[in-house]
Design a binder for this molecule. Structure first.
Ligand SMILES: NC(=O)c1ccc[n+]([C@@H]2O[C@H](COP(=O)([O-])OP(=O)(O)OC[C@H]3O[C@@H](n4cnc5c(N)ncnc54)[C@H](O)[C@@H]3O)[C@@H](O)[C@H]2O)c1
Length: 387
């Protein structure tokens, strides 16, 4: 088995600099590569800040840790002495395929390429690189030093050795908020585990927002329905924060990959067309011109049914089991907790799954969103054997 000592982190952006930081903290030699010096400088500033803060807390010696990182603007030369590339460049298939090929063309014959793509197919990323058996996925959550989950993804051609090494490297990377949870993703399917589990909530979200709009219910009242969850941000605030365009394109991705039922709703489409994209444009569901809005949640819309939400997530988790993406529902629950800081659906839902199925069937009959029809694994209760 290859001993990983030197890692090229490709991309110095939000994810790349976080990955580089935890890699040097783990003791690896790192070369962080980007296309422009200004991106490298910004990434390095963030790493310096993070590492220095940890030194102030007495957790490490900054000079020693920072001594393990170098930077480069040239991938081809950076990979020559590397054992692994962790790639966090823009989410574009053509760019990812190209840098994967550059890695394999210029790196040593044992080099492994792991992509931090949030959506793209690992098999496709590696298909033209000449060594698809050395390509895998390593999906981190943002912010990398703080979120415990890393999903390690197996493409169709990924070798056992590559998968094992990727798992081992993932396990070795420190997390500042407790122990890392490494979720093995046995097939490269859209959204992997955590994002896929939660993706069909978009179908429900579009439905409920369109309904509130038709009824003339203000967004803060709809958000008030969710206040009970005590999440760091209410859903409409969060959508604005992330960007309405991100929700819109995210929905289109699942339309292409999974079902037309993921189609963006009327409200999101209207906001997208009118460029009311949330925080970045100053207006979305809320006005952001004075900073982050704090909606008055004293009056509830009374539209949201949490049983339907629980049922949708459980059904999608069962699909992941059915498709062979994951072997156990505990992995799904644990990955969700480690990646999103919220409980997965099985722990709470498994004892009342028949009731949830009934709710979901009623919702499908009402809306015609047949993608949400309970799958066999859910309906038959067979998932209970896959703890
Ligand atoms: N932002 C998130 O929350 C998140 C979470 C999980 C995964 N991801 C994935 O991580 C990847 C990076 O996302 P990000 O949010 O860090 O983006 P980002 O825009 O902050 O950073 C991307 C960086 O890649 C650089 N880059 C582009 N082409 C390059 C090339 N050919 N060679 C070297 N560098 C190149 C850019 O200059 C930029 O600095 C994407 O695939 C994204 O889907 C993002």
């Amino acid at each position: 088995m290859v001993d990983i000592k030197t890692i090229v982190v490709l991309g110095a952006g939000l994810m790349g600099n976080g990955i580089a930081q935890v890699a040097i903290m783990a003791g690896y030699n790192v070369v962080m590569v980007d296309v422009k010096q200004e991106f490298i400088d910004k990434g390095m500033a963030s790493i310096n800040k993070g590492v220095n803060r940890l030194e102030e807390k007495g957790l490490l010696t900054a000079a020693e840790v920072l001594g393990r990182i170098k930077t480069s603007l040239d991938l081809a030369s950076a990979v020559k002495d590397a054992d692994m590339v962790i790639e966090a460049v823009v989410e574009r298939m053509d760019v990812k395929k190209q840098v994967c090929k550059t890695t394999m063309d210029n790196g040593p014959s044992h080099i492994i390429y792991a992509s931090n793509t949030s959506t793209m197919d690992i098999t496709e990323i590696g298909e033209d690189c000449g060594a698809p058996e050395r390509v895998s996925g390593m999906h981190f959550f943002n912010p990398v030093p703080l979120m415990r989950c890393i999903e390690v993804i197996r493409g169709d051609k990924t070798s056992d050795e590559t998968f094992q090494i990727t798992m081992d490297v993932a396990k070795s990377l420190p997390c500042l908020r407790g122990e890392r949870y490494i979720a093995p993703v046995l097939k490269s399917r859209p959204g992997f585990i955590v994002n896929r589990l939660n993706a069909p909530l978009g179908i429900y979200g579009h439905y409920i927002r369109d309904l509130a709009y038709e009824k003339g219910i203000p967004w803060e009242q709809l958000d008030a329905d969710y206040a009970i969850l005590k999440a760091p941000m209410l859903p409409c605030v969060l959508s604005d924060y992330v960007g309405i365009d991100t929700s819109y394109y995210g929905a289109l991705y699942y339309v292409e990959k999974l079902s037309p039922d993921f189609k963006p709703g009327k409200v999101i489409t209207m906001m997208f067309n009118e460029k009311k994209l949330g925080r970045k444009t100053g207006q979305g569901f809320y006005d952001w011109s004075e900073g982050r809005p704090t909606p008055d949640t004293s009056i509830k819309a009374g539209l949201v049914d949490f049983d339907i939400i629980a049922a949708i997530r459980m059904n999608e988790g069962c699909r992941l089991l059915e498709e062979g993406v994951v072997k156990s529902y505990n992995v799904i629950d644990e990955a969700n907790m480690a990646g999103m800081n919220t409980p997965g659906p099985f722990e709470r839902g498994k004892d009342r799954y028949k009731e949830l199925i009934k709710k979901l069937e009623e919702f499908v009959a009402l809306t015609g969103k047949t993608y949400l029809t309970p799958c066999e694994m859910f309906k038959t209760g067979k998932f209970l054997e896959m703890a």
